[in-house]
Design a protein around this ligand. Structure first.
Ligand code: WTA
Length: 656
């Protein structure tokens, strides 16, 4: 298939059947849906049996006091033992757990499960010697280096809940999390590598400690890994070097067992108000579902697969699908420190070829930026080892899906579009690669043991062919247990919208197609109402991106005196499209009209050089709405590159 014929994919209605060989050997077959429907709790109990428990649970689910769930009640286990030691005891100590690839091209390190056991044990002993024990909150603020994983597992091993704060967050963001979490210790590094230069992390920790302190909470100690060797301020009363206390600690450590509901970690995520929400995940149910779904959705064969998830460990995807799920399954995986285009644009594809990656998991935003650069770059690399591709984080538009499958996956690999959230802890809606005939753009159906639906304003399930709100209708093992320190906000945010029905409100819009398959349309707050018609920003973006000249698009609903809201689109053109030529805006606008219909036609299309994105790659539509409504642009501090809004607002953008 050529670039030209990639157009008009919104009306893509091909389905991709699972490859026969993959289907025949799949870990999970179609019967799993029936098994789970017949006995949901029994299904999850069987999934929990895949882990090693030191004390078996008395009860699978306690939902006596909704929405506060307890899973595997009375059971006890150690998460780090499950992710590390048991693989060594099973004779797989020599298996590589982590192929770490540094951003500087000559830096790499292979860590076997036996190595991992020694490193995690040392770190656990060191944390204990620094006064950290069961229940003591620890913050981790690190680049993508193996020590970040050692630190997370060491915390889990001694029962100290962790919060990993993305290394790209500012000192302010870190400080407010340290204070909210009441962190006793921070694990960090002097700095990390990004696009070839060493950037500092430790100074942000120093500043964040002051911020936390002014808010009334003092962080006791800071444990610092030397990564770049840059100069850092060092306060002997607080700071300690990792190489001083961890490297000299004993590599032996006996794991203690913890209750199934013991807090494992808190992950902060942004809510509708300014204060981030601390999403609490606990031990037994979380590990059960992230290990099981990882094995199920990626059809993981730990003996032969090489898995790579490109997320940062600072996000939930890094927690569930780099650290806990994959390691619980005993896989070999790639951990890459740097950016996709450093030192050159083909770096990711080079890593896939070098490490013979078989299962690859990334985000649509990354796929679209590679599409923008053209297929020549990936085409230079041998990626024939790939057998499954995953997508997460936002709806994947059909064109990106097709490009991913075709150009990266050589038209062999199923693409699994996985819908889930920080709050759900694990994948909830996804095709199964050995079962489902995938539809480009659809996350398809709830996984076995998960119950999702699309409901209207009254909480009534909508018929096939209609849209509404995405809800989860039964509790699931890896569900959030509460918002850290704020049970009421937990109830209000997730369980009040459909209180009568007892449904969890995901905050996403979705539609059920004629077959009943699910299409997640994006956050409900991104849904526009134009002349009484409900339109999804995603749907229009997808239409724009299906035009051969368009690389990326973001759509917002701007207040309009005539239609309530109007569609305003911000578009980045492909490199080979130049400035798009005269009349480009009309051309694109007509394209949307023919793709979706006249109601979706943008009021305005602006050609822009970049889009404002958070450091995790999410488009900040709020800022675009400010531009569209000709307001002063709001707070840009969470943008990855704060100069972008100046470019867009300063009229460097072409407008119609
Ligand atoms: C969106 C990331 C469509 C959705 C794991 C959700 C998706 C939010 C998909 C959670 C998908 C995630 N299709 N939308 N496959 N995956 N989302 O908490 O809006 O960073 O509510 O978790 O991302 O983002 P979060």
């Amino acid at each position: 298939m050529t670039e030209e014929t990639l157009s008009n994919l919104l009306h893509e209605n091909r389905r991709f059947e699972p490859p026969a060989e993959l289907a025949a050997a799949a870990n999970v077959k179609a019967s799993a849906y029936d098994d789970a429907a017949a006995d949901r709790e029994g299904f999850w109990a069987a999934a929990a049996e895949r882990l090693a428990w030191t004390k078996k649970w008395d009860r699978v689910l306690d939902w006596d006091n909704p929405p506060f769930a307890k899973w595997f009640v009375g059971g006890e286990l150690n998460v780090a033992y499950n992710c590390v030691d048991r693989h060594v005891e099973a004779g797989n100590g020599d298996r590589v757990a982590i192929h770490w690839v540094g951003e500087p091209a000559d830096e790499a390190r292979d860590i076997t499960y036996a190595d991992l056991q020694a490193e995690v044990s040392r770190a656990a002993n060191a944390l204990t010697s620094l006064g950290i024990g069961k229940g003591d909150p620890v913050a981790i603020y690190m680049p993508m280096i193996p020590e970040a994983i050692f630190a997370m597992l060491a915390c889990a091993r001694i029962g100290a809940p962790h919060t990993v704060v993305f290394g790209g967050f500012s000192a302010e963001a870190l400080g407010s999390r340290l204070e909210d979490f009441k962190a006793k210790l921070v694990v960090t590094s002097d700095g990390g590598y990004r696009r070839g230069t060493a950037s500092a992390l430790k100074p942000a920790v120093d500043e964040a400690r002051q911020i936390s302190s002014r808010a009334g909470h003092d962080v006791g100690r800071v444990l610092v890994v030397r990564r770049t060797g840059q100069e850092v301020a060092f306060d002997e009363d607080v700071d300690v070097w990792w190489h001083d206390v961890v490297d000299s600690a004993s590599p032996e450590h006996t794991p203690e067992s913890f209750d199934s509901e013991h807090p494992l970690f808190v992950m902060y995520t942004s809510g509708t108000t300014g204060k981030p929400k601390g999403i609490l995940h606990t031990t037994g149910g979380y590990l059960t579902q992230c290990a099981f779904t990882h094995w199920e959705v990626f059809d993981l064969k730990p003996e032969t697969d090489v898995y790579w998830c490109t997320a940062d460990i600072g996000w939930i995807t890094g927690h569930s699908y780099i650290v806990y799920g994959p390691l619980a399954n005993g896989v070999t995986q790639v951990l890459y420190e740097g950016t996709p285009d450093s030192p050159e644009r083909g770096r990711w594809w080079q890593i896939i070829a070098d490490k013979k990656v078989t299962v690859f998991y990334t985000a649509p935003t990354a796929i679209r930026s590679f599409m923008k650069q053209g297929r020549e770059i990936p085409d230079r690399h041998d990626m024939s080892s790939l057998r499954i591709l995953g997508s997460v984080g936002e709806p994947i538009n059909p064109e990106a899906y097709i490009w991913y499958r075709l150009v990266i996956g050589g038209d062999r690999t199923p693409v699994v579009d996985t819908w889930w959230q920080t709050e759900t802890g694990a994948i909830m809606i996804s095709p199964l690669p050995g079962v489902t005939a995938g539809k480009p753009g659809s996350a398809m159906t709830a996984l076995p043991g998960v119950s999702a639906d699309v409901v209207n304003d009254e909480g009534v399930p909508v018929p096939h062919g209609s849209g509404g709100y995405l809800v989860l209708t039964s509790p699931w093992p890896s569900m959030l247990r509460t918002i850290w320190g704020d049970d009421q906000r937990y109830i209000d945010t997730y369980w009040s919208r459909f209180r009568d029905q007892g449904f969890y409100f995901a905050g996403d819009g979705a539609k059920k197609d004629e077959d009943g398959d699910l299409w997640v349309l994006g956050r409900v707050d991104d849904v526009m109402n134009v002349s009484g018609h409900r339109l999804s920003t995603t749907e229009i973006e997808s239409a724009l991106v299906s035009h051969p000249k368009v690389a990326e698009a973001a759509v917002v609903g701007a207040t309009d005196p005539d239609t309530g809201q109007a569609v305003v689109a911000f578009v980045i053109l492909r490199e080979n499209a130049g400035d798009g030529g005269e009349g480009i805006a009309k051309e694109l606008s007509d394209h949307v009209r023919t793709q979706i219909g006249p109601i979706a036609k943008p009021r305005q299309i602006m050609i822009v050089p970049e889009l404002p994105k958070t450091r995790s790659g999410k488009i900040m539509r709020r800022l675009l709405r400010d531009v569209a409504e000709k307001r002063e642009v709001g707070d840009t501090t969470t943008l990855a590159d704060s100069t972008i809004m100046e470019l867009i607002s300063a009229g460097q953008a072409t407008s119609t």
